[in-house]
Every structure is written in C-alpha cells, then in structure tokens.
Design a protein around this ligand. Sequence first.
Ligand code: PGA
Length: 252
Amino acid sequence: MRKKFVAGNWKMNMLGKEAGQLARGVAGGVASVTDEVDVVLAPPFTALRIVAEAIEGTGIRLGAQDVFWEERGPYTGEISPAMLVDAGCEWVIIGHSERRNVLHETDAMVRKKIDAALAEGLRVIVCVGETLEEKEGGETVTVVDGQVESALSGLEIRDPSRLVIAYEPIWAIGTGHNATPEEAEFVHATIREIAGKILGGVADRIRIVYGGSVTEDNITELLAEPDIDGALVGGASLRADAMTSIVLKAGE
Ligand code: PGA
C-alpha cells in the first residue's frame, strides 16, 4: 500500500503574512490525517521560513518549488539544495511545466537538479506531462516516456518514499479542465511501467500523483484509480478550506 501524497504548489503567490495564515489554516484542518497522508506545502522561496514556523510540529512538510544544481558560487538568483535544507525544506518540486515552458528548462537541467537535490537528502517531486498539441497528436506516451527516462535513468532509489512523480498534463494546469480519472490512470500506469524498467521493483512503491485542476470535487474519483496516489494541487491549494478538504478526502 502506498501512502497517499498531497502537495500544494503555491507558485508565485502569497506574501509572508498571508502565507503564514494559509499554512496555519491548512495545518489546523488536516491534523487528523497526517499519519495517513503525506502533506507538503510548497510556498515561494521568500515565504519558506514563515511557513516552516507555521507548520512546525504539525506533521506537514515543507517543500520548495525549484532548486539549482550547483552547491554554491556565482549563480545570481539561484538557490542551492543546501539552502533549501537550511530553510527547513524536506521536499522540492523539480521540472514543473511552467519552468520547462516559461523558463526553458530542459530534461537535462531537470535531471541535474534531481541528482543534486537527492544528494543533499531532499525528497523530490518530479513533474512530467504533455502539451495540448502533443496530446492531440497522439504523442502523450512518447513525450511522458522521454521525460521519465531522462529523469530516472541510472538513478538509484533505495527508499521509494524519497521520490514522487507528478503527472501534470499541461492542458489541465490552471484551466479547470482536469484529465478524466481514466485518462490519468492510463498515463500513470504507463509511467509506473517505465519506472519499473528503469528502477526495478522499487517502482511499485513510488507514489505517482496527478496534477492539473485538482479540487475538492474531483479528488475522490481521481484517487479511486489504482495508480493515482495523490495530487499536486495548484490553484485550490491557495484556499485553506479547499486544500484541507482535498487532504481529508485523500485520507478517507
Ligand atoms: P492547478 O496547478 O491545480 O492550478 O491546475 C497544478 C500545478 O501546476 O501543479
């Protein structure tokens, strides 16, 4: 049985004070299920410390939305894995489609970030997913396969709880059009198969979560699918009541 996993990706939202309030709101609501569900909040870098304080002792874990692969040095604007650990992070999101598309992050960059983050002891949520054009061209599996292979080949994962793969079809992110549970399950099962070829038996114990317009209204049907182990939540994670409800439903 894989433990359910729900992460809130706040993206470029929340100033310090509102971040603290949101984190406290979620922490208060989900306390009863943090043994059954891994809950991660990923605020922007500038709110990491305030959220770290707000969730201290609550069972919620702190995550960052990105990381750089070098340890230190002349990389203006970048944040190292050790800096994230220092700020209280246990998790980091890597390869989000907004970074791949808006900031031109490549598979190779994503892979360097994964290696650096794992080496520092961080746990990694790696995102994969196809564009609408690729979906309509019937290329979903090819695209996602390529991203998973690049992210995982040669990686040694002994502890499956340290890696989460997020399937986030780009056409479903922030659009209100989520993939149907069946569509998502098909891709999740494919990802598990590829991960199994690369990592071996441990792939059965890696969480594969869905992202893209997840709300309190569709989480239950998504989680009813055998290979959907949780969610990476964007927009809905900015509301304490919606995020709480998603986590509680994941714990049912
Ligand atoms: P969304 O974003 O829930 O707002 O669609 C998900 C994500 O990008 O992680």
